[in-house]
Write a protein that binds this ligand. Sequence first.
Ligand code: ATR
Length: 282
Amino acid sequence: MSDTLRKAAVTGHPVAHSRSPLVHGYWLKKHGIEGDYGRMDVAPDDAERFYGDFAASGLVGANVTVPHKETAAASCDWLDDAARSMGAANTLWIDETGKLCGANTDGLGFLGNLDQLAPGWDANRGMALVLGAGGAARAIVWALLSRNYTAVHIVNRTQEKAQKIADEFGSKTVAHSWDKLGNLLGEADLLVNTTSLGMSGKPPLEIDLSTLPGSALVTDIVYAPLETDLLKQAAAQGNRTVDGLGMLLHQAVPGFERWFGIRPEVDEDLRKLILRDLGVSA
Ligand code: ATR
């Protein structure tokens, strides 16, 4: 390996399960770039030192996964709008002047997936209904507001967590308890599941979509199984659906471009590669 080889990695704890090396490895090979993308496990008690002196890692940049997204953001000299408003960074790079820069690309990944698979999805910019209030929900609320959605309603088992996001993002965002879901569905232009419900090995997402308008788009961030029961039910009643795999792939695009200088595409071969690795049938 030469000294000039540009090296990036997924950093976090744990990182063994991360598919990021497979995604970036695919793009490096496709574009014939002599770079490297690996895994770097950063122990929780070492995170402040690691991100505080990121240049010492020898990496030109990194992805950051749980539980270090907040520590990474706090170590940056510059943050993009999404990372600043979420207080969490998932993509780092060192700029020409040596500054550590951070972005949060989860929201962009969500938008990139819908833009690719459901062009025109945000034409109405009406009411979006978000199920769940974890880190993914926060990124998706940010993304929807960046596209000027008129209202974003968040429904969560623990209403206080939904309320916390609503308070952060302002008056277009409204928090509800789970039992309000039935009343809200009839108004939704977009329904997004950001909970882990419906994922293989997790409890099912119990929901009756019969009052959802026929024009509403339904999407899930769960991608194992690829077609969740939520998406099956939506498709069966004629709603447009988009699965969650693309969010995982599109969130990786800005980092690759920063580190290796080419904006890569999320193509069908990449989707197939990741699905095979996940053991998920398309
Ligand atoms: P992430 O940061 O990846 O989005 P998370 O913070 O664990 O993950 O959030 C998972 C979401 O799934 C939360 O909204 C959680 O609801 P709570 O905030 O009430 O915990 C939701 N979730 C997980 N298991 C659930 C269950 N059995 N019933 C209802 N909601 C559930």
